[in-house]
Design a protein around this ligand. Structure first.
Ligand code: ADP
Length: 615
């Protein structure tokens, strides 16, 4: 055996081993650490050639003068203790630039019997390994930093014990906990999780490797010493080590409580409105811009006697009375253009009773941010009974006023005869009484006339005897007539405006009505102004007074049946709210227009226009 070693370890083989070794090897001799020998790799580490052999180390490698090596070498040389250094940062000059390397070193003292004569150097280049490690560390730091500043709450749980190895501030805040929980088991850190499914889910992810993702989980957490419920969007993703095993779970979470609560609130509100809509005796509905129903309450199903699906596909022309349908289309289109409330009475087919029933239908347009209609919200109210009663009332009024007319005509005649007879006998006092009686009979006759007209209008039976007549001449006649029975001065600004084609008596009735209203609604004044003009192929008649006027929001309603600005209180101004309704009907049926301009407490100007007959 000894022989084998004696033979094998000869100087030559040692020298080969020395020079070819995959580590840097060198021997430094004496106090100045003169480079006695250095293998190829060592010279390569130093970035030097064989010229350094024989030089003291500081001359061979001047760049190490300010590094820690001279001190270490000195210590090893003086104390005789081996120095082992791991991952020592070393600056070496390469291409005239100092570059950083990392080495594992062993400096071993060389003893010559008792004395230390030199140092053997073993150096292993670990630069690559160190820089990989540094990179990893940098990456980890970056990752942590990113996680810390992330708007998401994030945490890492390691192992089956679910140790909280990382949690960013956001996550700690969500838990209502401090950094003290880091390093603890999740279930110890957040005891209120007991009874909630999350720890089990995390363990399932650990075993199955399948991530868990939930958009809206309810989590109960003790925050500010109070158990509170939150909604979180959560992800649990498995983290794998180098050998592909799952070792931890990465948890990202975002508090969506406000969003969810807002949605739940909105859903509750929608439900409340739906319940409200269902509880109403009306038909309630919404449509899109194409007129198709989006929502409708059960009352529509009951009325039409059809299922929801059938109604959704329904063509409305099938269930709306054909006499009303064109009108409906026209008014709807108008409301659409003007983006205003749609309102119309029309008949809907009652699928249960197989007859048409009158409904009052109203719909409000709903506008988007750009002011375009995107929906209509509507309600339909059954007014069939009301319509029937109203028709009965009209029939009654028609008969009653007709029956009253004949005795009134006789009465008027008697009053006139009586007045004349009394004047003849010189009984002026009683003659005046008879005259007053006659005036009251005239008023009564006109009232009854109005009632008759309304019943005619409502039943579509008003008849206009149209003819060509001189508009100015008619106006003059009416004004003259009116002037006789009033102390007000009627100022007439006139000019010849030509002929119109209409019912002369009815147009006269409109003029009379506007003038008598101007006088009635302007007490404590003494003048009204009547004017006729020509404008754009029309004749215009207007009456201006300086009376009570009316609020802007009421002015368009005065043309409605029975509408009175002061309500039903006829104490101040007698009347029943029919004159303007009848006037409007007459004007409109003569292809004209009627309107009012008015300022409260300043006065009003009522006008109407009719098309001029072209000569
Ligand atoms: P009536 O005078 O019988 O009430 P009308 O149809 O003639 O009915 O008028 C309807 C309503 O319009 C009146 O009740 C009144 O409130 C208002 N009105 C009409 N003319 C005038 C006017 N010249 N000035 C102010 N208000 C008026």
């Amino acid at each position: 055996m000894k022989n084998f070693f004696d033979n094998a370890i000869n100087l030559e083989s040692l020298s080969i081993l020395f020079s070819q070794a995959p580590v840097g090897l060198a021997m430094l001799m004496g106090e100045d650490h003169v480079v006695l020998t250095a293998n190829v790799l060592c010279l390569e580490f130093w970035q030097k050639g064989s010229e350094v052999i024989g030089l003291p180390i500081l001359e061979a490698l001047p760049e190490i003068a300010n590094q820690e090596f001279p001190k270490i070498l000195r210590e090893v040389y003086q104390t005789g203790t081996t120095f082992k250094g791991s991952k020592i940062k070393t600056l070496i000059e390469k291409d005239s630039v100092l570059q950083t390397y990392y080495f594992d070193f062993i400096y071993t003292p060389i003893f010559d019997t008792e004395r230390i004569t030199g140092i053997s150097v073993v150096a292993i280049d670990v630069t690559e390994q160190v820089s990989t490690e540094l990179k990893l560390k940098e990456n980890e730091l970056l990752f942590r930093e990113l996680m810390e500043i992330s708007d998401y709450s994030t945490a890492i749980y390691t192992g089956q014990d679910l140790i909280v190895t990382f949690a960013n501030d956001q996550m700690l805040k969500s838990w209502g906990k401090t950094r003290a929980v880091i390093g603890q088991k999740l279930e110890d850190a957040i005891p209120e999780l007991d009874g909630q499914p999350f720890a089990q889910i995390l363990r399932d992810v650990l075993t199955t490797g399948k991530p868990y993702i939930a958009t809206e989980d309810k989590v109960d957490l003790v925050v500010d010493d109070m158990l509170q419920s939150y909604y979180y969007s959560i992800s649990y993703r498995p983290l794998h080590n180098a050998s592909g095993e799952i070792y931890a779970i990465w948890n990202m979470a975002m508090n969506v409580t406000e969003l969810v609560e807002a949605r739940l609130k909105a859903q509750r509100a929608v439900k409340e409105y739906r319940d409200l809509a269902e509880a109403m005796p009306h038909i309630v509905w919404t449509t899109g811009t194409d007129g198709r129903l989006i929502y409708f309450n059960e009352n529509l199903e009951i009325l039409l006697n059809r299922s929801r699906a059938q109604i959704a596909d329904l063509d409305f022309e099938q269930v709306i009375h054909k006499e009303d349908f064109q009108n409906l289309k026209r008014i709807w289109a108008l409301a659409e253009v003007e983006k205003k409330i749609f309102e119309l009475e029309f008949r809907i087919y009652d699928g249960r009773g197989e007859k048409f029933v009158w409904y009052l239908n109203r719909a409000t347009p709903v506008l988007d941010d750009e002011g375009n209609i995107f929906q209509w919200i509507g309600a339909s109210t059954n007014i069939d009974e009301f319509k029937k009663l109203s028709a009965q009332k009209d029939t009654f009024l028609g008969i009653a006023s007709h029956e009253l007319k004949t005795p009134l005509t006789s009465l008027k005649l008697y009053a006139q005869v009586l007045e004349r007879m009394l004047r003849k006998t010189g009984d002026e006092k009683n003659a005046e009484v008879a005259k007053k009686m006659d005036i009251q009979i005239v008023k009564l006759t006109s009232l009854i006339g109005d009632l008759l007209d309304v019943t005619k209008i409502n039943s579509g039976k008003i008849h206009l005897n149209k003819e060509d007549f001189d508009f100015e001449k008619l106006a003059l006649e009416i004004i003259e007539d009116q002037q006789m029975s009033t102390s007000y001065q009627i100022e007439f600004k006139t000019k010849s405006v030509g002929m119109v084609f209409a019912d002369r008596d009815r147009v006269g009735q409109v003029m009379t009505n506007l003038i008598s209203n101007a006088i009635k609604y302007a007490p404590n004044t003494d003048k009204i102004i009547v004017q006729i003009i020509e404008a754009n192929g029309n004749v215009e008649f207007s009456v201006e007074d300086f009376g009570i006027g009316m609020p802007a929001d009421k002015k368009d309603r005065v043309f409605e049946q029975y509408y009175r600005v002061s309500g039903d209180d006829g104490n101040t101004f007698p009347g029943i709210g029919l004159g303007l309704f009848i006037s409007a009907e007459i004007v409109e049926r003569s292809n004209g227009k009627i309107w009012v301009e008015s300022v409260l407490e300043k006065g009003s100007t009522f006008s109407f226009s009719l098309p001029q007959v072209k000569s």
